[in-house]
Design a protein around this ligand. Structure first.
Ligand SMILES: [Zn+2]
Length: 69
C-alpha cells in the first residue's frame, strides 16, 4: 500500500467529512470544482459549488437520463 502522506493531514480529514455528507459529490480542492458521477448513465457532471452541483444533478436526472424516476 502506497502512503503519500507521513503525517495525517487535517485538511484531508475535512474533505473526507465533506465527502461523506455530499451524496457522492467529490470536491477537487485544487480546482475548486465539484464533480459527481451519475449512477445511472455514468456521466461525469461538474459544478463550481456544491449548491450548483445539486441543481445540475437534479436537472440531469429529471431531463437528461431520468435516473431514479
Ligand atoms: Zn445520468
Amino acid at each position: 500500500m502506497n502512503k503519500h502522506y507521513e503525517i495525517p493531514d487535517p485538511f484531508q480529514t475535512f474533505v473526507a467529512k465533506k465527502y461523506a455528507n455530499a451524496k457522492g459529490y467529490i470536491h477537487d480542492f485544487f480546482t475548486g470544482e465539484w464533480s459527481y458521477k451519475c449512477l445511472t448513465c455514468k456521466e461525469d457532471l461538474f459544478a463550481p459549488s456544491r449548491k450548483i452541483m445539486t441543481k445540475i444533478r437534479l436537472y440531469h436526472t429529471r431531463n437528461e437520463c431520468t435516473g431514479g424516476y
